[in-house]
Design a protein around this ligand. Sequence first.
Ligand SMILES: Cc1cc2nc3c(=O)[nH]c(=O)nc-3n(C[C@H](O)[C@H](O)[C@H](O)COP(=O)(O)OP(=O)(O)OC[C@H]3O[C@@H](n4cnc5c(N)ncnc54)[C@H](O)[C@@H]3O)c2cc1C
Length: 397
Amino acid sequence: MDFTLTPGQENIRQLTHWLAENEIRPLSLAADRQHHFPDAFLLKLKQMGVTQGATEAEDRPAEVGVRRSKQANRSAVIGAEEMAWGDASLILSLPGPGLGGPPIRLTGTKEQQERFFAPFQREEELHWGAYGLTEPQAGSDVAGLQTTAKKDGHHYVLNGRKCYITNGARADWVVIFATVNPSLGRAGHRAFVVEKGTPGFSVGKLEKKMGLRASETAELVLEDCRVHVDNLLGGESIYEATDGFKTAMKTFDNTRPLVAAMAVGIGRAAYERARDFAKEAYCLARPLPRHALIQALLGKMERRLEAARLLVWRAAAMADLGLPNTKEASMSKAYAAEVAQQVTIDALEVMGAAGNHQDALVEKWFRDVKVYDIFEGTGQIQRIVIAKRLFETIKSF
Ligand SMILES: Cc1cc2nc3c(=O)[nH]c(=O)nc-3n(C[C@H](O)[C@H](O)[C@H](O)COP(=O)(O)OP(=O)(O)OC[C@H]3O[C@@H](n4cnc5c(N)ncnc54)[C@H](O)[C@@H]3O)c2cc1C
């Protein structure tokens, strides 16, 4: 695989880095304290062309004539790393369909894609979509979800509770996963697009988190919420051919490398801050034994980040080529999250008290990065996915 950046990708890298450094970083600490980025700033970014579309592969119906780049996933992970280098909460707060985009793009009918992606084309307005899979009793164990969907004429009646939903409170719609029959397990799962304002659909509490505080995370409540059959993603027929669980999981093959790229971006930010601090504070050119240890630690941080980035780029390149990449996507996510967590700890070690200070971004990055080992499947879950695929390969010999 040739990982030389194309001129277009180099352009994305430079532009997103410039934005991250000059527009996003200066607001980062204030946004963390106020728990949001101002809408005026998000609108300004949107008008500059910076939306989730810039960091996600594609969230428009293929039929509207937009040519899908051959390296859309590669370009997306490059942009995501730079934006997260600026601020990881910001990237999750950008207007756009968010994690709700991939299931609609992957399984929605043409009519559904046109309908649900339409708001994001309006230049002067902020719109969000969201992805509602997690429940209080079903996080990693998504197969055990308890939100029910009962068919009633031309509607489904949804009952249940979703938690930790990114942009859930402000989203125009949320892709909600529910079961038509809990005894069927995964075969009973269905994905519905539930629109804001639908009677019976409400926002519960906003979650208070350790990290990514400027990104909104909400609890959603469904109480006898009637959703028209037209909002069943992909229509009835796709669930006869395959199960809804696959719809939920297919999303992750595209989004896990993207999330892993963000973790690399946070880790790189911490590494660079520690490296620059060490250069100034310790004058590393002078070979004292203590300095050699810090140099070795910085070398290890950079080496591990580079390895994580290569795993991310491989998983994204496989998605671009249409190759099955479940194992590789999980490898990139598991490794990048682990490395980025360790690198932020190492950065705190290099900087000592200066890194622990609340005005030092390293302290914030240390809090932010933990979530990358939790959402989109925890580290353990990625390891289970990898092990499962490993045994499938061994069986086939
Ligand atoms: C900031 C944030 C944003 C989020 N955004 C969204 C969103 O937009 N949409 C959405 O649907 N969800 C979202 N989530 C939820 C997230 O996907 C879940 O938190 C995650 O899947 C883990 O579920 P859990 O928190 O219930 O932990 P649990 O599943 O209860 O896991 C707890 C611990 O047990 C381990 N564990 C669980 N099962 C196993 C097993 N079989 N073997 C070994 N170890 C295991 C886990 O690895 C973990 O360490 C978000 C979460 C956060 C923190």
